[in-house]
Ligand binder design. Structure first.
Ligand code: ZN
Ligand code: ZN
Length: 347
């Protein structure tokens, strides 16, 4: 099978961006196109023919070493595929169209799994990190951790739901915007452009303010129903009751916290921040302002999102890449040049 393989970590070289990790090689193409034997499903596993796989900022975090994963590695944790083969115990899935998200496997027995927090499982395995992912023609998945997907919807419109959508949905649930309240979204990439539509579907009376440095992203935000869109340095029309920070930088946290109203809550939807988060207690946290992170997703997050998307399908802007163009997808993510969701299609 054709696959894009990460053999060693590297800083992704993008025209106009300074070098940040001199200890790493600096490469425009950190992923290598390779031809590998298709993997064989073991007990309880299935083999998928990949129809599409979303690319995510986390993939960039992995390549650049901010998130530790196995090597060599096939990236990709938003896989839409068809089950073409199954190991013992998973035969019933052959022929099914399924999705695979960041949660590749959780143990089911640790204290977190026992409390319904399988996203925090002590032995959590992540797709495209601890196990190979979907930047390939075929991928292996654990049968208990695949999600049934509808037929008749283009694979490239389903793939972004599996991370950008699912983690965004979890972040939105944790932010818990009140009816008639004001939600701030910081950064407007793949996840936020889906979350704004989920927020509208779940809480029609919500006011949504979007903060992003990209003029093109501000235009898309207004088109998708934002009540206000501005540069992060601009003040919105009113204080925020809750906010979600999708950006990779630390400075946004303090900015979001100072715009929160009393008792407001900020949820950080980013696996790593590239610059420090500095908070002043009196200015950013006093009066019961809260901050929390989102880690991983549970199967229920993914399935809840798929159900919600079937009821009120979000309009997803897709930027399509061929498998061999996966390096360009990473560069575009790094340069914040993607409008909507980047998706890799192996055919
Ligand atoms: Zn992701
Ligand atoms: Zn567990």
């Amino acid at each position: 099978m054709r696959a894009m393989l990460l053999r060693e970590r590297a800083e992704v070289k993008v025209e106009g961006l300074p070098r940040r990790y001199p200890e790493l090689p600096w490469r425009e193409d950190p992923l290598e196109p390779v031809d590998l034997p298709a993997p064989e499903p073991g007990g309880g596993q299935v083999l998928l023919r990949v129809e599409a796989c979303g690319a995510c900022y986390t993939d960039l975090d992995i390549v650049e070493g901010r998130v530790g994963c196995k090597l060599p590695l096939i990236l990709g944790h938003q896989i839409v595929g068809r089950v073409v083969e199954a190991g013992p115990g998973a035969e019933g899935l052959v022929g099914a169209r399924v999705g695979v998200a960041w949660i590749a496997w959780a143990c089911g027995t640790c204290k977190f799994c026992g409390r319904g927090l399988e996203n925090l499982c002590e032995r959590f395995r992540a797709t495209g990190c601890d196990v190979d992912g979907g930047y390939a023609e075929y991928a292996i998945a654990y049968a208990d951790f695949v999600h049934p997907l509808p037929e008749g919807v283009e694979a490239e419109r389903l793939a972004p739901l599996l991370c950008a959508g699912a983690v965004g949905y979890r972040a939105l649930r944790l932010a818990d915007p009140p009816d008639g309240g004001r939600l701030g979204l910081f950064g407007f990439g793949s996840s936020a452009h889906i979350v704004i539509q989920l927020a509208r579907a779940l809480r029609p009376s919500l006011e949504v303010y979007v903060f992003t440095r990209s003029a093109e992203h501000r235009r898309l935000a207004l088109e998708l129903g934002a009540d206000w869109a501005g540069h992060p340095s601009e003040d919105p029309p009113a204080k925020l009751d809750c906010a979600i920070d999708f950006t990779p930088v630390g400075e946004t946290v303090a900015r979001a916290m100072e715009l929160l109203d009393r008792g407001g809550r900020l949820v950080i939807n980013a696996i790593r921040k590239q610059t420090p988060v500095v908070l002043d207690y009196a200015r950013h946290m006093w009066e019961e302002r809260e901050v929390r992170s989102v880690a991983n997703v549970s199967r229920e997050d993914v399935r809840g999102l798929i159900r919600l998307a079937a009821r009120s399908p979000p309009r997803i802007s897709v930027q399509r890449y061929r498998l061999e163009e996966a390096n360009r997808a990473l560069r575009d993510l790094k340069a914040a040049r993607v409008v909507g969701s980047p998706v890799i299609v192996p055919t």
